[in-house]
Write a protein that binds this ligand. Sequence first.
Ligand code: BG6
Length: 490
Amino acid sequence: REAGCLSIIVLGASGDLAKKKTFPALFHLFQQGFLQENDVHIFGYARTKLSDDDLRERIHGYLGKVVSTENAEVLSKFLQLIKYVSGSYDSDKGFQLLDMQVSEHETSKNSQPGTSRRLFYLALPPSVYPSVCEMIRRHCMNQSDLGGWTRIVVEKPFGKDLESAEDLSAQLGELFDEKQLYRIDHYLGKELVQNLLVLRFANRFFMPLWNRDNIDNIQIVFREDFGTEGRGGYFDEYGIIRDIIQNHLLQVLCLVAMEKPVSLKPEHIRDEKVKVLQSVLPIKPEEVVLGQYEGYKDDPTVSDSSNTPTFATAVLRIHNERWEGVPFILKAGKALNSRKAEIRVQFKDVPGDIFKSKKQGRNEFVIRLQPSEAMYMKLTVKKPGLQMSTIQSELDLSYGLRYQDVKIPEAYERLILDTIRGDQQHFVRRDELRVAWEIFTPLLHSIDEGQVKPISYKPGSRGPAEADELLAKAGYVQTHGYIWIPPTLA
Ligand code: BG6
């Protein structure tokens, strides 16, 4: 066997992220054979006092509901891999105990010293990252001389602004090498986000068009049709820019806008992402619209005087040869009229239009990240029939139709597998994070200080009308009388 046994340690095992994302992803990996019974143990760690069986029952409680009866046996096998250790996040004792348990597992699997693999998944609030990492460093590192490793998975929020993020990075950087740190942005694990690189750099179609000469504007949009339900306390501290735009949408922007990397090596890709972020100009206050939905402050965990935006549209401008003059419009909102995430590339008008009688819709290339994953190109065609008139239509690659037998993996599944394989391509590098914060920190400070106020909007609406005005000002032209309907199986 080339590598020693694998221990996956989920810290914060009784929390929400572990429940909703980490354990389900681990289960799916197990189900698909990526985690081998004779090789893997999963340890849950948290403060709550629980027995192994208590934790198993909890996990069974929520996974059992979504797992079909024919998979019940797989689920019970999976649960047997799980052990629980309780302890605090800053005490030596708990982590010594954890180390003992993990080491026992390694010995029982006859792992050669120096070959075993330890993956620590921090499903925890970032306030405890430094102490937890310190404890891991002090008590739980394995020997790694024969190909074994210790890796740490962390998730946003990485700080609240440039300074706090840099502090956190510096603290973690003292304890672990960049190679050991996996900063998750789960948007990078989504199928259509991962497709961006292939789409852009493996297709002759796009290469000559993907620039300021042809593209008028690009929107990257995230909409949710529910509010901050149950997460008001967390959300109010952060707001939509820190929750969605500064990370998820900005990561998508990188992949849409970056230059071709030298190769597919993670460092080559991340170098290009950093470069494009460094070319983003300071955001102009007049190119931002903020909103807050009515009723947001009724949540008892949200302050009555909250200035936190639940909606934001911001225009980013990239100062380089490819993109000068092309607005990148990032838009995200909660409690809107629909749920979807998409990238919308709008091309310029056709010069010297001879079909003047009716204004033509602009060509658009849309990548629908979710739901109903698809790519489609909106274009003008001759309306079928005897008369010579035009109509808007589309070339459509809808995944549900085209890839009927493929189950699209959950972002977290893929990212955890990447961590086990040691592939950092889809994780955020420290310098990338830094530039991402540089872009948004001035705006965030002005919101925190109350200099800019969100405009109130009705839940279930499109958000503040001012955002549509900003969109139009930035150059986006809406095609009226046409909407794309995800095709379904006949
Ligand atoms: C999380 C945000 O990172 O992403 C949530 O904290 C948001 O507020 C979620 O709901 C959206 O993720 P997805 O995969 O459902 O688009």
